[in-house]
Design a protein around this ligand. Structure first.
Ligand SMILES: [Zn+2]
Length: 163
């Protein structure tokens, strides 16, 4: 699937969830913004990963080629984790007397969850792949986390890029 379509699906689902919670709590715009943060902007951890490796020298081509992942052989993806879902739900429950708090954390929780499910379906990764505890146990190491076939694809791609 082309990356633009993948991103469009994330965006559309994020907006939909945001709209749903926005309507339910009578703050449609806030709902949309939160849905987009939780369900779309969580992919900014790819950018974070880039800066962790390259420092502040941004090169758009390198970024699009995902060189940061290829060169470190690491898959950290700090915002991609099932673990946030129960934590956000718990915070929503603790803040349940304040409608806005409840709305903020419920929207973030479900927008993020749907994003991860979408990634699992589209990318074909296993469920544990999106657990940060699981990735940490495997030292965030790409050869440990990816299937041999997927990792081989990385190696082929690196060769193609000459890096
Ligand atoms: Zn993602």
């Amino acid at each position: 699937m082309p990356l633009t379509l993948h991103l469009f699906i994330h965006f559309a689902l994020a907006a939909l969830i945001g709209y749903y919670f926005g309507r339910r709590f009578n703050h449609i715009w806030l709902g949309l913004i939160l849905g987009i943060i939780g369900g779309f902007l969580i992919d900014l951890d790819h950018v974070l990963e880039y800066f962790l490796f390259y420092g502040l020298h941004f090169n758009f081509t390198y970024f699009i080629e995902s060189r940061q992942f290829l060169l470190t052989d690491k898959i950290r993806l700090f915002f991609h984790a099932w673990e946030y879902f129960p934590v956000l739900l718990l915070i929503a429950w603790l803040g349940r007397r304040q409608q806005i708090l409840k709305m903020v954390f419920l929207t973030l929780a479900f927008a993020g969850l749907i994003h991860l499910i979408t990634d699992v379906v589209i990318n074909g990764y296993s469920l544990p792949y999106y657990s940060i505890a699981y990735r940490a146990q495997h030292h965030f190491s790409a050869p440990e986390l990816l299937s041999p076939a997927d990792y081989q694809q990385n190696l082929d791609y690196k060769q193609e890029l000459g890096i």
